[in-house]
Design a protein around this ligand. Sequence first.
Ligand code: C5P
Length: 286
Amino acid sequence: MPESAPAKLNLFLQVTGRRPDGYHLLDSLVVFADIGDALDAAPAEALSLTLDGPEAGALAAEPDNLALRAARALADAADVAPQAALRLTKRLPVASGIGGGSADAAAALRVLARLWNLRLPADRMREIALSLGADVPVCLASVPHRMRGVGEVLSAAPALPAFGLVLANPRVALSTPSVFRALAGRYSGAAALPAGWDDAHAMAADLARLANDLEAPAIAICPAVAEVLAALRALPGALLARMSGSGATCFAIMPDAESAARAAASLPAAWWRWGGGLARPAPAPL
Ligand code: C5P
C-alpha cells in the first residue's frame, strides 16, 4: 500500500517573532486535506526514486528530492543501509504552501520505518523530521495540530466540525524564504482558540479574526494570490478564504465536501484546483 502524503493547510498562521538563527516563530492551526501525493517503497539494493503523477514534471530537474533526503536521514539515524526503490506520485503543485515536499519527506519516514522494520522512538522520528524542514514533524503525524515554535511544538487541535475545502493555486511557485523576507518583521500576537467548534460557521467566524500573516507579503511578490482569494471568496457558500503557508495556494472553507467539489470545478481551468473534505483518518501514529 502506498503511503499517502496529504496536503497540509494552515487555517491561520500568525508569525509571532524570530529566532536568532533567522527562523520565524509561528502560531498555526494545521489540518490535512483529502488530496495528496503518494509514496511507495519496495525492497532494492540501492536507494532510488521514480516520479509519476500530474505534477511530477516540476520535480524532475531537482537533484535532491526531499523524499531521498528523508530516506538517507532515517537510514543514518537507525544505522541501516539506505536500500529502497521509492515511487512518488506527485499530485500537489511544488513550492505552493501546502507542504508537498514536507508531506513527501514525512511519508518517506513512515513508509521506510515500516519497510526497514525500525522501532525508533516517536521523539527521535520527530527530530529527524525537523532536521528535514519545519513542517515535516506535523506532516509526520498528518492529523490536525496546533503548531508553534518554528514548527516543532505540536499540541492537540481544537475539536473540529465537519467542513469542506476548496484549494486553488494560480500556478506560480513562491519561495518560502522570500515571502518571510517580505514580511519584514511585522509580527502578531499568539491566538486564543476555544476547545472546539460545533459547526463550520462558528469555526470560520473565529478563524476570520485571525490571519495568515504571510498573505500580504505573498501578494506583494505574486499579485495573482489576490485574484485567487477574490475568486474563492465569491464561491457560493464560502465561509472563509485564506492563503495557506507561504502560498501561493489558497483555500476556502465550505459547508461540506460535496459543495466544495462542485465549487472547485467552477474555478478557472488554468489554475490548479481541488474540492473535497479533510483527509480521512490518518496513517498509524509513529
Ligand atoms: O524548514 P523549511 O525548509 O521548510 O523552511 C524553508 C525556509 O523558510 C527557511 O529557510 C526559512 O527561510 C523560512 N522559514 C522560517 N521560519 C519557519 C519556517 C521556515 O523563516 N518557521
